[in-house]
Design a protein around this ligand. Sequence first.
Ligand code: PAF
Length: 278
Amino acid sequence: MIVRTIPALRRALDSLRARKATTALVPTMGALHDGHVSLVRLARRRAAKVVVSIFVNPTQFAPSEDFGSYPRTWKADVAKLAAENVDLIWNPDVRTMYPAGFATRILPKGPAVAGLEDRFRPHFFGGVATVVGKLFTQVRPDFAIFGEKDFQQLRVVTRMAGDLDLGVKVIGSRTVRERDGLAMSSRNVYLAPEERRAAPVLYRAMKQAAGRLRAGDDVAAAIAGGAELIAGAGFALDYFEVRHAETLAPVASVEDGPIRILVAAKIGTTRLIDNIAV
Ligand code: PAF
C-alpha cells in the first residue's frame, strides 16, 4: 500500500498494528539499489511489518547541491519494494512534510559536529535530524534501519532518537558493495565510466590503512598512505580519518578503539563517502 497524507498514514498504521504487530521503518530518498533491499530484509527480520519511506528531503541539500538532479526512479522503487513484500510505502510530498509556515528544526550536536561530513555539508545533519525526527514521530516504529555507509548519519540519528526519547531502536546495517568494492549508493549513477573505474580506490585505501593500523603503524602514517592512494587515482580528498566508532572523536592509536576509518572524496562532480571498521 502507498500512502501520501498524514490521515491516510494514521489509518494504514492503525490497521498494520491491529494485532499489536511490531513495525520497522526504513527511511530512504528512493533511487533504491541492493543496499536498500538489504535494509528492507533486515527490517523484515526485526519486525512483523515493514514501512519504507520515500522522500527526497530538500532541507538536507545546500542550494549548490544535487536536490534537483537527485535520481528519482519511482516506478522501479515501487516494484523493488513490492518484490520484498513491504507492507507500507510512505511517500509524502514536500508540502505535507513542510507545510507553509513550517518553522522548527532539530539541531543535532555531538556526532553531528565531529568535523567529518559537517565540515563540508554544514546544513546536512540539521536537515537529516529534522526529517528523520518527523518520520519517527509520524510512523512511531519500534525499529528503524539505516545503512552503515552513511556512518556519521547513523550515529547522529541514533543519538537523536535516544536524546528525544522517541522510543525507536535504531539499527545499523552492513554496507553492500559492488564486486570491486565500491559501496552501493544512489549517487554512483553520476559517475562517468572512467570515474566508475577509479572509484573502488576508496575501499582499497581504507583496507590498506586498516591493515597498516592492525600491523602496528601509527595513525598519521596510515592516513597519509590512504590519502596518497586516493589522490593518485584522481580524487580530490575531503577527508580520510581514523575515528572512534561510537563518539567519532579522533584517536591516537588503535588501542583507543573501536575504530572506524571514514573517507569522503570527489571525482569530477561526484562526491562519494565510505567507511569501514578496523
Ligand atoms: O540516507 C538517506 O537516504 C537520507 O539521509 C534519509 C535518512 C532518508 C533522510 O532523508
